[in-house]
Design a protein around this ligand. Sequence first.
Ligand code: NAP
Length: 702
Amino acid sequence: MATEKSSRLVVFYASQTGNAEWIAKNVHQEALKRGFSSECFVLDEHDQVDLSKEKLLIFVVSNTGDGDPPDNATKFFRFLRKNKSKTFLSLGDTNYSNFNNTAKRLEKKLLELGASPFYGKGLADDAAGLETVVDPWIENLWTALADVCVQVRKDDIDVEEITGSVKTLSVAGTTQIAQESLEIHATNGKSNDNSDLKNHDLPRDLRGNKVVLDFSELDETSQLTALSRVPVACCRIVKLEKENFIPWSSFPSFIVTPTPIINSRLDSVRCLTQPDSIRKTLHMELEIKEHGKEIVFSPGDAFGILAPNDEVLVKDVLVALRIDENEAKQEISIEPVEGSELPTHLKQAKSTSVIELLRYAVDLTSLPRKALLRMMAEYASDKLEKRNLLFLCSKQGAQQFNRLREQVPTVLDLLATFPSCKPPIERLLDTLPPHRPRYYSIVNSPLSNSNTLHFAFNVIDYHTPDPYNVRKLGVCTSWLNKLSGDTTKQMRTLISQKIDIPIFIEMNTRGFTVPPDISKPLIMIGPGTGVAPFVGFLQHREFQIKDLLKRDVIIGEMWLFYGCREKEKDFLYRQELEGFLERGILKKLLVAESRAPGAGLGGNPKYVQDLLRSFGREIYELLSRREAMIFVCGDAKGMAKDVNESLTEVLVEHGQMERSDASKLLTRWLEEKRYLRDLTLDGSMSVNLQHVPSIQPSSPIR
Ligand code: NAP
């Protein structure tokens, strides 16, 4: 603990999907308003300040992959040695096996370096809703901060003004009283000036689905407490004096990607599943010939696709906000509100249009945050709607808020549910999370064909659970499905039209690739589309072997553990995999059928992890005598944890080890990159695949 108060604080963030950045910037802005001197930086720009001299640092960090730091913190993690820190706040997801690993690693390292916390860390969980931890954490931060940091203004602070409105609100018994009470707490927001309609009814053809909610509990409630904070306003729109219309472009200039964006051409499509499969998986090939040397890739690499939000949804949002479509196409620039900073995804939006921003800059479909509802409450002109929105943001409304999330409403659905609410477009841009590229593993090896990129994906198309039963479509996968003509053909079908798909290669820093040393046996585990990179691994090995055949070399065995529901319906890349087996490239192809009769009963395997246990002795031999490498690709939530457990059991049983030693060995192999995992998190909402054809992915989407 510092004996002398620090004159200022620095807020650092590391963010993969924009949540941590958004929270850090809100903390920073609120600190300024409360009279603290504050600066805010992304972690990889830590050299903007002299860390050896800073006394007070706040970290807001999230996780990616299996508890790894976000891309914009990798340099900082290398640098860490010189750091001095005071406190942490982290965002995570309990669905990851290494929940909030980044924050824990960061904390451990900083404590080792002599930092001392002035305020406990908050471990927020996306699976349970970040606000549950983040809001009270910020709420209590200010008292702790005042003890260690100089606060210029103390007495004249109007907390209600700072947080946009109240934290506790009286809503005594009747609706009428609630309305009066709401009037007292007049908002600082004005409804959208673009409104040219006099009534609050949305146009009849608007496609938003009203969210089903029950506000009867509100009549029994006298007070709403722990209301979430109103997000800080940071964007303003600057219109050009002369009218200039921005033409439709396949990727607007404001999108910043880690590697250059190139326009690939959709070459062909093939359906990998049978019509009676509960989901549809497509294989697509993109031509990249024109970009020859710009694209260098290896098996295990992924690439990002920049898909726009659905055009009907975009236009309906404009209608709901009363923004004329022509006006939405006019050239504008996004500038920061005085004293604030733009979020990273809007920093380059200098010559763009509102419609382009709705297509490519913000996420219109992901699970709404409380902050969005809180902002909407500020702009609801109907008092009952305002009261209901505030209820959803309060402690008392937690159950209905969860109910709202179960229905995965789009922004349009929310605007249709609360039609008097017409926030200015700037406030939506402030509050909505960034629209993100969707990542897919490359299925082909460059040794086989470097002019095309092959990939596979499940078409996201499902209904929310009963009683809501609303159809939901994935952003990127439905766009691709539509572009390719919604095919169900199992044969490769060439696309005759010229269809451009903007893509960029993801830099693979994880070492998830085929080792150049072909004597290494590879144990590959990838159910569902998790098999995608392994098809590339096998192609690659086949070419490596052909190259070396005349020499006297040992060739490591390749084993693939694959899982599907029923072989006859959804055995992805069956022909290719059986071909590798016949040609001896694949030593073993082990397939678990989770929905075959008897699966999981009487010792029958259901999942890949069951097969791992059945072949425990052979696996142990490969690991102990042949230094095999283990690759796991797929879902982080269930599969990766269970596979890790099975591997632990294999080591215990066949290596006669203590369980703790087996766990330590696996951790060591992870560190040494002998055990590699490419994991994603699916199903931010729980849906029952018995009833729905497809599942909603979260981050990153594949
Ligand atoms: P999926 O179709 O949902 O499932 C494939 C098989 O895995 C089914 O038989 C399923 O069984 C089974 N399964 C369910 N829970 C399991 C568990 N806990 N352990 C082991 N097996 C389990 O698979 P998917 O949606 O394609 O998912 C593959 C994952 O790979 C996704 O997370 C995806 O994001 C990721 N991924 C995709 C790519 C790509 O390029 N497309 C690349 C890398 C990773 P039941 O449903 O019968 O229970």
